[in-house]
Every structure is written in C-alpha cells, then in structure tokens.
Ligand binder design. Structure first.
Ligand SMILES: NC(=O)c1ccc[n+]([C@@H]2O[C@H](COP(=O)([O-])OP(=O)(O)OC[C@H]3O[C@@H](n4cnc5c(N)ncnc54)[C@H](O)[C@@H]3O)[C@@H](O)[C@H]2O)c1
Ligand SMILES: N[C@H](CO)Cc1c[nH]c[nH+]1
Ligand SMILES: [Zn+2]
Length: 445
C-alpha cells in the first residue's frame, strides 16, 4: 500500500489521503440506479426478470421460493455449517436480546405524565448481499433482531441463484418469505412492491454501491414512504497499530476487508515506519494465497498507510476518516478507545480480528460506511422499532402548566394554541365551587 507521512502533507493532501475509493464517487451510478428503479415501478416482476438476466446472468423461473425449494435448500447444508450458524446465532441473539428496552414513564410536574413507548415496525425487508459472496452471516445480523423486536412481516431478498445456506439461516431465524432478486432492482421491489414481492415499511441490509445508492434513492422518493437502516456500502477497515503489533495479523485484517470488493478500502495508521514496511511485505506474502487475490489487489490500490507522530494523532486521523471498522492493535488498546469519536465497530487487541465481528462474536456487522460512522450508529435492535411519546395531564396538571403554554403561544402569535388551553382552564374555573373570598366579593358587588 502507498505509504504517506501525515505531517508532511498539506491539508488538501491530508483530505485526499482520506478520500474513499473513486469507484464510489462515480457520477453515472445515480442515473443508472434511477433507471432501474423506474423500470421496476413501471414493469414490476417483468423488470426483475430482465435485470436478473442482465446483471446476474440468470433466467428466473420463480422469484419467490416455494416451500419445497426451501426444504431442498436446507437439506443441502452440511451439519458442520449448521452448527457454526447455530453458534453464531446464539451469540447474536444474546447481544441483541440484551438491548430490549422497557417503556418509560415520567411525571415531569404534578399531574403531568410523559411516556416513551416503542412498537415494532410491521413490515421489514431484509437484503442479503450475494453478488460476489453469499453473505450467510448477514441473514443472522438482520433476521435475529427483526424477530426479537417483533416485526410481524419479515421478507428476505438475495441475488439469484440464492445460496442454500442463506435459505437455511433464514428459516432458522423464522423467515418464511424468501425471494431471489438482487441489486438495485431488489431494493426498488421492496420499496414499491411488485406482483410477487411485497412492499415493506423499512429496508435493511448492506450491499454494493448499486444497492446502497438504490436505498438512498427510494428513501428520498416521494412516490413511496419506505425508510432505510443506513448507508451500509462497500466494506472498510482502518487499523491503528504501534510497533508491538504483529505485521502478519495486521496484513490479514486488511486483506479480510479488501477481499470484499474492488471498491472496498483499507487503511493502516501507525507511528512506526518499520511496521508499515513489514505490513506491506506481509500483504504481498498473503495476497497470492487468497482465492480473491485479484479483487483484494484492486482494493489495495485505492488504500493507504499513513504514518503519524503518535497514537493521539492516529486517533485524530481515524476520527477524521470515520471508518466502518476500527481495529486497534497497540500495546494498550483500551487507552486509545476514549479518544475514538467515529467508528461503526471497534476491535481491541491482537486477538480480536475483524472477522469475529463479521460472523459470530454477537455484535452486528451491518455498519455505516463512507464516513457516516461520524453520525450514524451500527445496526441495533432499536432500528427495528419506532418510538413514540404519550402524555396525559390531569386537571391539576393543566392548571400547573396552562399559563406557561399560553404565554409561549402568545409569544409565537398562535392564538388557537393558546385558546385550546384557555377554554379548558375556563371550564375548570366555572365548574369549581366558589371560594369564601369569591362569595364575599360577589355580595359586595
Ligand atoms: N457496510 C456493511 O455493513 C456491509 C456488510 C456486509 C457486506 N457489505 C458489502 O456488501 C457488498 C456486497 O456486494 P456484492 O456485489 O457481493 O453483492 P450485492 O448483493 O450487494 O450486489 C449484487 C447485485 O448487484 C447488481 N449489479 C452488479 N453489477 C451491476 C451493474 N453493473 N449495474 C447494476 N447492478 C449491478 C446485480 O443485480 C447483483 O445481483 C460488498 O461491497 C461488501 O463489502 C457491507
Ligand atoms: N465485513 C462485512 C461488513 O462490512 C461483513 C461480512 C460478512 N461476511 C464477511 N464479512
Ligand atoms: Zn467482512
């Protein structure tokens, strides 16, 4: 990887050093995805079949999997893979179940009760990438929290021909509706519905740049009201390492994300030039042995090593980049953690490869990319529910708050708002028995 000295760079060069892969900034992407979406809106299933032919090279017999197709796919999965799926699912289930929250109620003032409640999102669409690798683990990452949250309609889509283990993992997570459609056309189908694919309320799942652009586009399209989880595009990792880090471990972690796609990006930030050179050597040694060497090599071409003065500076560079995954392989990784402001998921120490989070530690691997980790959180149980508030005032509560609201409404010159309170306060006063003082003043009058 290209090695850059952070201190020697101008601020423009520093910003360029942290730019994402040029494939992601491709201007033609927006237009080609818009064309795909419009075709699905107009032609429904026919468009899905046409794009499957064009992009996946598959002549689709059935878009929806039948019960017998599902049973056959499950029977094809080996026991070893079934056991690994079960172990990963247990950990993911354990971590996401722990995120269940109870509704809360607070009395902000006497007679004023405020509540925060949450309800599952009813219809969710789960997109499982499958263009270049069948991401079986993504099924667990999406379907497990969707089930725990109580989403009643959970449909799963993945490119054709759908992988048997994806189907098995889906059924293990209680998914009954499975469709073989991929790419931007799958996202359009979930957003607008077709003759076969049902329309959903929210779309979840990562994907390549076509999928991610399609999610962005449908979430801003006023022809539908679908929402999305987050921009979870091509994988990224940034490794902060010091002189004690094992260069082979670092190289292996960088390659584990580089192999996802040519548009993936991996970064190394270190205060040790010797380590940077050893990692480059280890990358060369390991790259040739990978089945996806060509893809990883392309990703490495748009990736960089940045030499910084010290670990404080490393944390600042990482925060500026806002990586999807951040690995800290230093002598005292926990010392750096409090300085981290932006990362989708953090991996501490030499024995925490990023792969464990991808598959089975229990955390969710659906994470914001493109620098969105500065503002967007990693996928969690809360994303499958919507929160809403409730308030209830007693008559005394309204008496306590009425004047405050009327004063604010007057200041905003919104008379009807003020009146909605005033009319009630007046009715309360009228229905109250008169006090001795009031009776006396009436007699005097
Ligand atoms: N950020 C995250 O949380 C996260 C998690 C897992 C995976 N990922 C990423 O997901 C991605 C998976 O990508 P993938 O390609 O393997 O699978 P994918 O399912 O996302 O995309 C495959 C689909 O892309 C469409 N496509 C391919 N070429 C096209 C073209 N030229 N024009 C229009 N559509 C086209 C096809 O319809 C195909 O079915 C990787 O980039 C990986 O890094 C991200
Ligand atoms: N690294 C991916 C998230 O960017 C998730 C994944 C699934 N399988 C392997 N890796
Ligand atoms: Zn991965």
């Amino acid at each position: 990887m290209q090695i850059l000295n952070w201190q020697a760079l101008s601020s423009k060069e520093q910003a360029d050093a942290l730019k994402r892969s040029p494939l992601i900034g491709d201007n033609s992407l927006e237009q080609s995805v818009a064309t795909i979406i419009n075709s699905v809106v107009n032609d429904g299933d026919n468009a899905l079949r046409q794009f499957s032919r064009e992009f996946d090279g598959i002549e689709l017999e059935s878009i929806a999997l039948s019960k017998s197709q599902i049973a056959q796919a499950c029977a094809n999965v080996t026991d070893e893979l079934k056991q690994a799926i079960a172990q990963a699912k247990n950990n993911i289930d354990c971590f996401h179940r722990a995120q269940l929250q109870t509704n809360l109620a607070v009395e902000t003032q006497a007679g004023i009760r405020c509540e925060l409640r949450s309800e599952p999102i009813e219809r969710v669409g789960l997109y499982i990438p499958g263009g270049t690798a069948p991401l079986i683990s993504t099924v667990l990452m999406l379907a497990t929290p969707a089930k725990i949250a109580g989403c009643s309609k959970r449909v799963l889509l993945s490119p054709p021909p759908i992988n048997d283990a994806i189907v098995y993992a889906a059924t293990e997570c209680g998914i009954e509706e499975i469709y073989q459609v991929g790419g931007a056309q799958a996202i359009a189908a979930l957003a607008f519905g077709t003759q076969t694919v049902p329309q959903v309320d929210k779309i979840f799942g990562p994907g390549n740049r076509f999928v991610t652009e399609a999610k962005r586009a449908v979430s801003q399209d006023n022809r539908c009201t679908v929402s999305i989880d987050m921009p979870a595009g091509p994988s990224e990792v940034l490794v902060i390492a010091d002189k004690q880090a094992n260069p082979s471990f670092v190289a292996a972690d960088l390659l584990s994300q580089a192999e996802h796609g040519a548009d993936s990006q991996v970064m190394l930030v270190t205060d040790c030039i010797k380590l940077a050179e050893e990692v480059n050597q280890a990358l060369n040694d390991q790259l040739g042995k990978l089945s996806r060497a060509q893809t990883a090599k392309q990703a490495l071409e748009c990736s960089r090593t940045i030499i910084v003065e010290d670990m404080d500076s490393a944390a600042r560079v990482s925060n500026q980049y806002g990586p999807e995954h951040l690995i800290i392989q230093t002598e005292q990784p926990r010392d750096i953690l409090p300085k981290i402001r932006a990362a989708g998921s953090v991996f501490l120490g030499a024995y925490t490869p990023e792969s464990v989070g991808d598959y089975a530690s229990g955390t969710n691997h659906v994470l914001p990319t493109y620098g969105y980790s500065k503002t967007v959180s990693s996928l969690s149980l809360a994303d499958f529910s919507r929160r809403f508030t409730v308030q209830e005032l007693s008559a005394d509560g309204l008496k306590n708050l009425g004047q405050c609201v009327m004063t604010l409404a007057s200041a905003e010159q919104l008379d009807a708002h003020k009146n909605a309170v005033a009319i009630r306060l007046a009715s309360l006063t009228a229905s109250e028995p008169a006090t001795d003082e009031q009776k006396a003043s009436k007699v005097e009058a």
